[in-house]
Design a protein around this ligand. Structure first.
Ligand SMILES: NC(=O)c1ccc[n+]([C@@H]2O[C@H](COP(=O)([O-])OP(=O)(O)OC[C@H]3O[C@@H](n4cnc5c(N)ncnc54)[C@H](O)[C@@H]3O)[C@@H](O)[C@H]2O)c1
Length: 440
């Protein structure tokens, strides 16, 4: 099948590559000339495990092409996936200008039947708008607009696309459903379901999924904070509740709050949709509020530990991306934490295995960067752990102790055992667990 993907970001690039991998001819188009030039040289603008090799292979075999000629890509494709960004407007609603711009272009270039697939995360009713815009430009009704929200996770995006838990197809058209089914069949051979529903419900499903996940995170963070105040241990509590199958263990890890390009903006956008519809969503607002508070938690801990003597201190910070296995720093807790520390006059020296270039775009020379995790510790007064990269899980603690001026660790991801840290002689703060102070 000839497939066009408009918008070659995390989602468009992964989806386009995976669609080519199963034999389709894919043309991936973006208005970002720099990005397309890079991709044409088989270099990828993002970090995603396994993606570079897959792009190289499919490009070499001629199934995956990149272009800035969006009109041509539309004309050459039977199926067009819209995967452009839908960032937040200032009021929290979704900015749909890119989606509408692509819809107009599709309308201008429509000839013969085309299936338009909205993969971007868009508020309920956007499919209707896209349909209207295409109709207005083309004066034709020879097309269908389907909602096909994407659930891939950065860091495991290829696997998520190739073996999705489920595929959602929102359409009232049997023809559109049949084509979509054909496209997705290769990825659901283990019987994971393709679920058909109406378009509005499909649009809503994506927001509800992300809001549920964000709610779980804020919930466990709130419980962790209560544990801290009453002298309980959230790890024990987590085990205590997780074996109840109605609750489970997944996505119930306390930490420094959620970030990334999806949860914050999607919870905001759904909250906004709720307000507009008259169904004021109290839980969604609380989820965001708790998350913001949690992002500031590590700074509060640092402040409390050092008291008034903060100005001029140096803090090492491990982990900048919003989660491991990605270089994405959009809405990353590290940003809030670094800004909070700098406001206190603290010098920050940071390290991340892949997100250093992103951090340099945000902070420039306002902070220092280590070539490796240990280099950040030299003459630092303490270490803050923000992202739970695997390489931080079993470090050389003796070396950490030797390099730090004071053996203090603020662990925002609970990656170490408090009793081990006590034995190793650290002052150890974590989330929702008793503080360890080996010197007391
Ligand atoms: N990143 C994720 O993990 C993820 C997961 C599921 C769903 N989503 C959703 O998918 C959508 C895309 O997200 P992303 O993370 O890939 O975004 P992104 O910002 O990485 O990429 C968006 C791309 O669209 C391009 N673009 C913008 N306007 C354009 C236009 N008018 N014409 C052509 N190209 C244009 C940009 O240049 C950019 O390359 C969003 O709605 C997002 O919420 C993202």
């Amino acid at each position: 099948m000839n497939i066009g993907v408009i918008g070659v970001g995390y989602v468009g690039l992964v989806a386009g590559t995976c669609l080519a991998e199963s034999g389709n001819d894919v043309i991936a188009a973006d208005m970002d000339e720099g990005k397309i030039a890079l991709l044409k040289q088989n270099r990828i603008p993002i970090y995603e495990p396994g993606l570079e090799e897959l792009i190289a292979r499919n490009a070499k075999e001629g199934r995956l092409k990149f272009t800035t000629d969006i009109d041509q890509a539309i004309r050459d494709s039977e199926v067009i996936f819209i995967a452009v960004g839908t960032p937040s407007n200032e009021d929290g609603s979704a900015d749909l200008s890119a989606v509408y711009e692509v819809a107009r272009r599709i309308g201008k270039n429509l000839a013969g039947y085309k299936l338009i697939v909205d993969k971007s995360t868009v508020p309920v009713g956007t499919g209707d708008q896209v349909e209207e815009l295409i109709k207005a430009e083309s004066h034709s009704t020879n097309f269908d607009v389907v909602s096909n929200p994407e659930f891939m996770k950065e860091g495991t995006a290829l696997d998520d696309f190739m073996k999705p838990d489920r595929v959602i197809i929102g359409t009232g058209s049997d023809l559109a459903y049949e084509v979509m089914h054909r496209i997705y069949e290769p990825y659901v051979r283990t019987e994971n379901p393709i679920i058909r529903m109406d378009r509005r419900s499909a649009e809503m499903t994506k927001y509800v999924a992300n809001s549920m996940l964000a709610t779980k995170i804020s919930f466990i963070n709130e419980m962790a904070n209560i544990c801290e105040n009453v002298g309980a241990d959230i790890d024990a509590v987590r085990r205590g509740i997780g074996f109840d199958r109605r609750i489970g263990f997944q996505f119930l890890f306390p930490g420094v709050g959620y970030g990334g390009s999806c949860f914050p903006k999607d919870v905001d956008a759904l909250s906004r949709t709720a307000d507009q519809s008259g169904a004021h969503a109290k839980i969604l607002k609380a989820v965001q509020e708790v998350n913001l508070r949690q992002k500031r938690k590590m700074v509060d801990k640092v402040k409390k530990h050092y008291g008034k003597h903060l100005s001029g201190l140096a803090i090492a910070l491990w982990g900048l991306s919003f989660k491991p296995k990605t270089d994405d720093m959009r809405e990353a807790p590290a940003i809030e934490i670094i800004n909070g520390l700098m406001e206190l006059g603290v010098k920050v020296r940071a390290y991340d295995p892949v997100a250093m270039d992103q951090a340099k775009k945000i902070f420039g020379d306002k902070i220092e960067y280590g070539d490796n995790p240990y280099q950040t510790l030299e003459k630092a007064n303490g270490l803050v752990i923000v992202t739970e990269w695997n390489e931080f899980r079993r470090p050389n603690f003796q070396k950490i102790r030797q390099l730090l001026l004071e053996p203090v660790i603020f662990d925002g991801r609970n990656i170490y055992e408090p009793k081990d840290m006590a034995k190793l002689g650290f002052v150890y703060y974590s989330i929702g667990r008793p503080t360890v102070n080996a010197s007391k």
